[in-house]
Write a protein that binds this ligand. Structure first.
Ligand SMILES: NC(=O)c1ccc[n+]([C@@H]2O[C@H](COP(=O)([O-])OP(=O)(O)OC[C@H]3O[C@@H](n4cnc5c(N)ncnc54)[C@H](OP(=O)(O)O)[C@@H]3O)[C@@H](O)[C@H]2O)c1
Length: 256
């Protein structure tokens, strides 16, 4: 059985890059919830190496909104052998780069969808690991160190204070004891200011080193490309042998 991953926000650059790496690798399958399927297909076909055959073989698309519980449930339940009447299997991992405001609404929907799945199918063996993309500058949890470089502090702590409240709430919902128990693990990725369009480059073309820290030992930096955020999530959370065990429960700051 391939390792199956549900994607939310895959038309956005970071998540699109992560999905691209997965589609170009063997032993993985993806299921993506999107509002506009053609937008996802067009964006993936702009990525090097992605063909119609790969999309047909490895990607299922669920059309809908991430605030709709029924649609999210369909995204989390993978039709294992491709037959409509086979028993669906809960995905192994979830990657979410939803960017809309308020994001706490989509997070609440994800939690509700999982609760319903567990209530309906009492024999769910594996819980998925969820990785969500948040931001630096949230100054949480208590005791977390400053993760914004000095030149971005006015932007992050004043101008972006309002949208950041929503991201903070998203993190709180996922970190809540009862909610986090719905997952095998929760990883919150906090990239610094994003740049680029998420188009992946060959392994050797990316010359910059991505640094990763935690809430208590954060890395600070001014920029990171969407493509490198997607690559970091792919390599660390999906490709690595331990599937990101090291980062579970952490708020992972990313920067060059
Ligand atoms: N900009 C920065 O410098 C910065 C820094 C740190 C963190 N971040 C965060 O990093 C994350 C990734 O950013 P990005 O630029 O790669 O992606 P993005 O362009 O923000 O993409 C957002 C994605 O969310 C989807 N989406 C929004 N509302 C939805 C809904 N109700 N149902 C289904 N899908 C929905 C969008 O779909 P559609 O295509 O349908 O709109 C899109 O795929 C975002 O959460 C962003 O806030 C940004």
């Amino acid at each position: 059985m391939p390792y199956t991953v549900a994607f939310f926000g895959a038309t956005g650059g970071c998540t699109n890059a992560c999905l691209t790496h997965l589609l170009l690798s063997s032993d993985y399958k993806a299921i993506a919830l999107v509002r506009t399927p053609q937008k996802l297909i067009d964006s993936l076909k702009r990525q090097p190496g992605i063909t119609d055959a790969i999309l047909a073989q490895k990607l299922s698309i669920v059309q809908g909104d991430a605030t709709d519980v029924a649609t999210v449930k369909r995204t989390l339940l993978f039709q294992g052998d491709g037959h409509a009447n086979s028993t669906p299997k809960l995905v192994d991992a979830i990657i979410s780069g939803i960017g809309a405001y308020p994001r706490q609404q989509t997070t609440t929907t994800l939690v509700s969808a999982l609760r319903e799945i567990y209530a309906e199918q009492q024999q769910q063996e594996n819980k998925p690991v969820v990785t969500v993309i948040s931001t630096t500058g949230l100054a949480s949890p208590a005791g977390a160190k400053e993760d914004v470089p000095i030149g971005l502090r006015t932007l992050y702590h004043s101008l972006l204070a309002e949208p950041h409240k929503d991201k903070k709430r998203m993190e709180e919902i996922l970190s809540d004891k009862e909610n986090s128990a719905l997952f095998r693990g929760v990883v919150i990725v906090r990239p610094t200011l994003l740049k680029g369009d998420g188009i992946v480059q060959s392994k050797d073309a990316s010359s910059k080193t991505v640094r990763a820290g935690t809430e208590f030992e954060p890395v600070t930096g001014y920029t990171i490309s969407r493509a490198d955020v997607g690559r970091w999530i792919w390599k660390n959370m999906l490709l690595s042998e331990d599937r990101g065990e090291k980062w579970i429960g952490r708020r992972v700051s990313l920067a060059y």
